[in-house]
Design a binder for this molecule. Structure first.
Ligand SMILES: [Mg+2]
Ligand SMILES: [Zn+2]
Ligand SMILES: [Zn+2]
Length: 247
């Protein structure tokens, strides 16, 4: 059986607000739309794996136990929003340690791939730093830069290979993944009520409704229509059309 692709996610600045060496589980705040994004990826049947650099351990800012406590709390918060993680990996080392796990080294991805049966060349990674993009591109997968966390600064000073997509946030990143997967496996992805219930406007995170012709999804707050092409919803902000208010 062919191995499946997976979706690797950075933690700080991608799923939760970047707070600089976070060590207090009570201070975790989910980025709006992040839980919904993970729920959608769960629904697509792709494993979701968090891979995080936590050099605060090697720097002596906090112990390994506090990283693990935060990761447990994050999983719990996501569970409450019906989103689940298939694996959580972190690198506790210092940038000068020369380890093989600190991103952009792909060590964590390779270990996860072995443990969870993932084909890295068919995988995605979303993160707010150039190193996140480089990590997945080194193993042949696709990298999505999110403009939360350090994303905007990173994009301004970008060097090297471009990200495969730049998303406003993890929610829009998940919609880009939906589009890529939809193109690969059209039949099983045909738009279903079940899928529609998970989707929200990528711009305002509000509710969307199907057009009468079933050829688009309308956000009445943003006055935008997201087209449905070949049965696949294109939920990307740049591809939305103005809503004329007649549907
Ligand atoms: Mg980050
Ligand atoms: Zn490491
Ligand atoms: Zn909207």
């Amino acid at each position: 059986m062919a191995l499946r692709g997976g979706v690797f996610l950075d933690r700080d600045g991608t799923i939760i607000l970047e707070k600089g060496y976070l060590s207090d589980p009570q201070a975790i705040e989910l980025i709006p739309g992040a839980a919904r994004a993970i729920r959608l990826i769960n629904r697509l049947g792709l494993p979701v794996v968090v891979v995080s650099n936590q050099s605060g351990v090697a720097r002596g800012y906090f112990p390994v136990s506090s990283v693990e406590e935060i990761n447990r709390q994050l999983s719990f918060m996501l569970k409450q929003e019906r989103a689940s993680l298939d694996g959580v990996y972190y690198c506790p080392h210092h940038p000068d340690d020369g380890c093989t796990c600190r991103k952009p080294e792909p060590g964590m991805l390779q270990v996860a791939a072995g443990e969870l049966g993932i084909d890295l060349s068919r995988s995605y990674m979303a993160g707010d730093m150039a190193s996140d993009i480089e990590t997945i591109q080194r193993v042949g997968g696709q990298g999505i830069l999110v403009l939360t966390g350090y994303g905007v600064e990173e994009l301004e000073t970008w060097q090297g290979d471009q990200p495969d997509f730049v998303a406003q946030d993890l929610l829009e990143a998940s919609y880009w993944i939906l589009l890529q997967e939809g193109r690969k496996r059209r039949k099983e992805m045909a738009i279903k009520k079940e899928l529609l219930d998970i989707l929200a406007c990528p711009k305002c995170k509000g509710d969307i409704v199907l057009t009468k012709k079933k050829d688009g999804l309308i956000c009445k707050s943003c006055n935008l229509v997201y087209p449905i092409k070949d049965d696949i919803p294109v939920m990307l902000i740049d591809e939305a059309l103005p809503y004329k208010g007649k549907d």
